[in-house]
Design a binder for this molecule. Structure first.
Ligand SMILES: Cc1ncc(COP(=O)(O)O)c(C=O)c1O
Length: 413
């Protein structure tokens, strides 16, 4: 039997139906066509990617923004730009998307997954500290669903240990932690403007940083395929760099979408709080907790845990019934448990093939869900839907809550 291939972006949401507004087709910023027209009229000499980079860096309050074709690409470029040695370890949130990890694996670095904090979708300083070793060079935290990790203790830990701190702000564009924007807190951050994300453009993304040397390294490794010019010869490639520049038309659409993002994020923030309040009133349902330090929750994905002891059906059947009743895309999220979702890494680590051989690795690593028990337990009862979007009104929140309540009530023990 051939396994079915995963779908991404708008294609992943195209078949969705239900009683609630859907994120795709996207509503486009009013200037989208004008900016694309500028690119076309320029005969592809437009400075649109630079304009996007300047706009985003200024908005984020950072020195550098480096446009890429996506967040997977942004993190791959960062992984290459950091120039760590094969076998060095990078600590990641255990609940995330494969795009967080891929680029680091390609650099022959060893991902180490930190457990999430008990009952949370995110890591914290304590769970990260437990995953650090002498070989750890970087920490990549993920602000999952747009909920921010508690950054102050994580920044303090990274500083104390002299480790680079990267934020995967892919799901959290314009979320705020104690007044600070997601992505502006660590040493560098990566964003996604994928069509289904909060600022949905196409397959766009970027890196931001205040570190001049890292920005220069990222441009060399990510935009120039590490190509340098030599007199009397021409271009040489000083490392295996990428051609991951942000395309002009993607920059045009991203810019237009960013111009309307504040309004959209404010709606997401308002409505997710309304929705979660309603979910919390349903016995056996616990919505994701919004920490008090989070001033703006730019929610990309909504979700709740169920108490399986209170219901006579499985979590999967609960999710299925919620979807059938009208919340498109409702499902479990077990596949986000990274140590259980990458069988090729499990195999390499078990067989100790490069870079898991010693050296360059300095210890044995195992990838199974059992290495991150909090994350595993959390995802066993978690139901999420990434169709939550900025068109939700209070009435829609009521419809969504009524759906969950009716599924809960008819399946109570
Ligand atoms: C947390 C996280 N990081 C990275 C990525 C990869 O982003 P992109 O699709 O822009 O490559 C995703 C995509 O969903 C994600 O959710």
């Amino acid at each position: 039997m051939t396994a079915s291939r995963a779908k991404f972006g708008a294609a992943a949401q195209k078949e969705f139906k239900g009683k609630l507004p859907l994120p795709v087709p996207r509503r486009m910023g009013p200037n989208a066509l004008k900016y694309v027209q500028e690119v076309v009229d320029s005969g592809l000499t437009s400075d649109m990617p630079d304009r996007f980079e300047r706009w985003f860096a200024q908005r984020m309050g950072v020195k550098h923004c480096i446009g890429t074709p996506g967040c997977t690409a942004a993190l791959s470029v960062l992984a290459a730009a950091l120039r760590f040695a094969p076998g060095d370890e990078v600590v990641f949130s255990s609940i995330t998307d494969y795009g967080t990890v891929l680029g680091f694996v390609r650099e022959n670095l060893i991902p180490v997954f930190a457990d999430t904090a008990p009952g949370s979708v995110n890591v914290d300083a304590r769970t990260i500290e437990a995953a650090l070793t002498d070989r750890t060079r970087a920490i990549v935290v993920v602000h999952k669903t747009g909920l921010m990790c508690d950054m102050d203790p994580i920044v303090a830990l990274a500083k104390k240990r002299g480790i680079t701190l990267i934020e995967d702000a892919c799901q959290a564009t314009f979320s705020k932690y104690k007044g600070r924007l997601a992505g502006s807190i660590g040493d560098a951050a990566a964003f996604s403007f994928d069509s289904e994300k909060t600022v949905g453009a196409d397959m766009g993304g970027c890196i931001i940083t205040n570190n001049d040397a890292l920005a220069e390294s990222a441009r060399l490794m990510g935009h120039s395929r590490a190509g340098e010019m030599r007199a009397n010869f021409g271009r040489i490639h000083v490392a295996p760099g990428y051609p991951y520049r942000m395309p002009m038309c993607t920059a045009a659409i991203t810019l237009a979408q960013l111009e309307v993002a504040d309004e959209n994020v404010a709606k997401r923030d308002r409505m997710i709080r309304v929705l979660y309040k309603k979910f919390a009133e349903i016995p056996g349902i616990t919505p994701l907790a919004i920490p008090s330090y989070q001033d703006v929750y730019s929610c990309w994905m909504a979700g709740f845990n169920i108490d399986p002891k209170q219901f006579k059906i499985s979590v999967d059947d609960f999710a299925k019934q919620v979807e059938e009743a009208g919340i498109a895309g409702a499902g479990t999220g077990r596949y986000y448990l990274m140590p259980a979702a990458l069988p090729f890494l499990t195999k390499a680590a078990r067989e100790q093939t490069y870079p898991y051989s010693e050296p360059p690795a300095s210890r044995r690593i195992d990838y199974t869900g059992d290495t991150c028990l909090n994350a595993q337990a959390f995802l066993e009862t978690f139901i999420r839907f990434s169709t939550f979007n900025d068109q939700y009104t209070e009435d829609h929140c009521q419809i969504a809550a009524d759906i969950v309540r009716s599924v809960a009530d008819r399946n109570r023990k």
